[in-house]
Design a protein around this ligand. Structure first.
Ligand SMILES: *[C@@H]1O[C@H](CO)[C@@H](O)[C@H](O)[C@H]1NC(C)=O
Ligand SMILES: *[C@@H]1O[C@H](CO)[C@@H](O)[C@H](O)[C@H]1NC(C)=O
Ligand SMILES: *[C@@H]1O[C@H](CO)[C@@H](O)[C@H](O)[C@H]1NC(C)=O
Ligand SMILES: *[C@@H]1O[C@H](CO)[C@@H](O)[C@H](O)[C@H]1NC(C)=O
Length: 167
C-alpha cells in the first residue's frame, strides 16, 4: 500500500513489511514506522507446496524458512542510524492455508524462538552458539507437551558443537 499505491497516510501509520526485506529501507525513507515480517526471512508456513487446487508448484514464499535464515536477519540493515527509531520490531507470521491445530506446534517451535532472539538480543548472533540454546528451548517445550521439532539428530543435540562446521 505504501510503496505501490499513491495513498496519503498519517505519519502515525505503522507499516508491516511483509513482501520483502528489500522494502524496509524505502518505507523508512517515507518516514513511516515499521514492523518487520519479511517473507524472505520469516513466514513459518512457507515451503509446503502450492495450496491452490489444480496447480503444481511451490508455495508463494518458497523456500521453507529455516531457523538459521531467520537468525541471520538484521532489523537495521540498509537503515541509517538516524532512521533506526522508526523500526519498532518484528513478528514471525504463520498463515493458515496449510496449518491448523494438527501441525501448529511443529511448524512454530522451536523456529520462532530464533527470531525472538534476533528482536530481543539484536542481530549478528553466532549460529553455532545459538544452536544449543535453541535445543534447550525445544527440550523444555517438549517437557511441557509441546511437539517442537528436532533441529539435529539427538546425538548432536546432546553434544554441543560436535556436529558443527567450525568445531
Ligand atoms: C498522488 O496523489 C496526489 C494527491 O491526490 C496527486 O497530487 C499526485 O499527482 C498523485 N501522484 C501520482 C504519481 O499519481
Ligand atoms: C506526526 O506529526 C506530528 C506533527 O508534525 C508530530 O507532532 C508527531 O510527533 C508525528 N508523529 C510521529 C509518529 O512521527
Ligand atoms: C540491503 O541492501 C542490499 C543492497 O541493495 C541488498 O542486497 C540486501 O538484500 C538488503 N538487505 C535487507 C535486509 O534489506
Ligand atoms: C561461533 O562460535 C563458535 C563456537 O564458539 C566459534 O568457534 C566460531 O569461531 C564463531 N564464529 C564466528 C563467525 O564468530
Amino acid at each position: 500500500m505504501v510503496l505501490d499505491h499513491n495513498v496519503t497516510l498519517s505519519n502515525e501509520t505503522v507499516v508491516l513489511v511483509w513482501i520483502s526485506s528489500a522494502n524496509a529501507a524505502a518505507v523508512v525513507e517515507k518516514n513511516f514506522r515499521l514492523v518487520h515480517a519479511p517473507s524472505d526471512y520469516f513466514y513459518l508456513d512457507c515451503g509446503g507446496g502450492e495450496w491452490i487446487g489444480g496447480a503444481v508448484g511451490n508455495s508463494w514464499c518458497d523456500p521453507f524458512k529455516t531457523w538459521t535464515k531467520a537468525y541471520t536477519f538484521d532489523p537495521q540493515a540498509n537503515i541509517s542510524a538516524s532512521q533506526a527509531h522508526l523500526v519498532l520490531g518484528g513478528e514471525q507470521a504463520l498463515w493458515a492455508e496449510q496449518s491448523g491445530p494438527e501441525n501448529l506446534d511443529p511448524i512454530v517451535w522451536p523456529r520462532a524462538a530464533a527470531s525472538a532472539e534476533v528482536f530481543w538480543t539484536g542481530p549478528g548472533g553466532n549460529l553455532s552458539e545459538a544452536l544449543p540454546r535453541l535445543h534447550d528451548v525445544a527440550f523444555r517445550l517438549r517437557q511441557r507437551g509441546v511437539k517442537a521439532i528436532q533441529l539435529q539428530p539427538m546425538w548432536c543435540a546432546l553434544r554441543a558443537g560436535k556436529c558443527n562446521l567450525d568445531s
